[in-house]
Design a protein around this ligand. Structure first.
Ligand SMILES: [Zn+2]
Length: 300
């Protein structure tokens, strides 16, 4: 067991950065010349072909979360295929760039937040790789990787961008925004920002043993806010563009500094997580989850 852990440790030294771009981030300018890779997975096709490139010494793989032209709603997204495709390509660290609404006065539009926690209010999404014949329970008490979050925080500092290093992200099903009563309820729970995609993405990233962090970028105050003027589409789009520029600078700093060593529990999240008896896992199921479990799936 120790030896296997050591082998995995060696594999982890080949780090690569995955980036999933949310609303307003449909490509990364520095990767436009990069190879476009069509990846298929046992969980379907990802939102779009994966774009590969290099920033500094770091291999970077990019997927536009909502697809080219923004065709997937948050409920319809191929979350499992996106994570599995990135895992196949060797991604170890995954940065999610996500547009969010702010639930607190102190974080106005264009604020950047690195949430520590998530409250999952989604109701209709496939949230695990382990179903239909195999059961696993992984821990997500802390859904974001503390080491990678810290690297993103340092990247933001190096880029001269202020980020709020704490906070709780409420993930709603959408596609509609919240009611005013819901928005106030989430505020009373101590939530900081609200969005529609962090779950099940964070769950699946943990099951795929990736170090996952979200850079949440505020486009507007959520509906709780009694602002004097209504938010116009133009203002939201201008905020999305400003946030995309900030994200690009931070991404450059993070990739340029090199990815942090995986001194965290993410790369061993599946150790001892599968509760199904190996002999009871049918061959097609083994094939489906083989990439995730590797040598931890004993022969039948
Ligand atoms: Zn980690």
């Amino acid at each position: 067991m120790q030896y296997q852990a050591m082998l995995r440790g060696a594999a982890n030294r080949m780090a690569a950065l995955g980036v999933i771009g949310g609303s307003g981030i449909y490509d990364l300018p520095e990767l436009r010349e990069g190879e476009s890779i069509a990846v298929s997975t046992p969980f379907g096709e990802p939102s779009a072909p994966v774009r590969r490139g290099r920033i500094g010494q770091t291999d970077v793989f990019f997927v536009p979360r909502h697809g080219i032209g923004h065709t997937y709603s948050p409920s319809d997204l191929p979350y499992r295929a996106n994570i599995h495709a990135l895992k196949q390509l060797g991604v170890t660290h995954l940065l999610s760039l996500s547009a969010v609404g702010s639930l607190v006065e102190s974080l106005p539009p264009r604020s950047l937040v690195l949430p520590e926690q998530i409250i999952d209010r989604t109701v209709g999404r496939r949230r695990t790789f382990f179903d239909d014949g195999v059961v696993a329970h992984v821990g997500i008490a802390d859904p974001f990787c503390p080491v990678f979050r810290n690297a993103v925080r340092e990247g933001a500092a190096a880029a001269g961008r202020a980020v709020e290093p704490r906070g709780t992200y409420v993930c709603i099903e959408g596609p509609q925004f919240s009611t005013r009563a819901e928005s106030n309820l989430f505020r009373s729970w101590g939530a900081t920002v609200i969005g529609m995609t962090a779950m099940p993405e964070a769950r699946l990233a943990r099951e795929a043993e990736l170090c996952y962090a979200t850079l949440a970028m505020v486009t507007d105050y959520d509906v709780w806010h009694e602002s004097e003027e209504d938010v116009s589409v133009e203002v939201v789009i201008a905020n999305l563009q400003a946030n995309a520029e900030a994200a690009s600078e931070i991404l450059h700093a993070v990739a340029g500094a090199g990815l942090p060593a995986r001194a965290c529990g993410c790369s061993t999240a599946l150790d001892n997580a599968v509760v199904t008896a190996p002999a009871a896992i049918a061959p097609p199921v083994r094939e489906r989850i083989g990439l995730l479990l590797g040598d931890r799936l004993p022969e039948e």
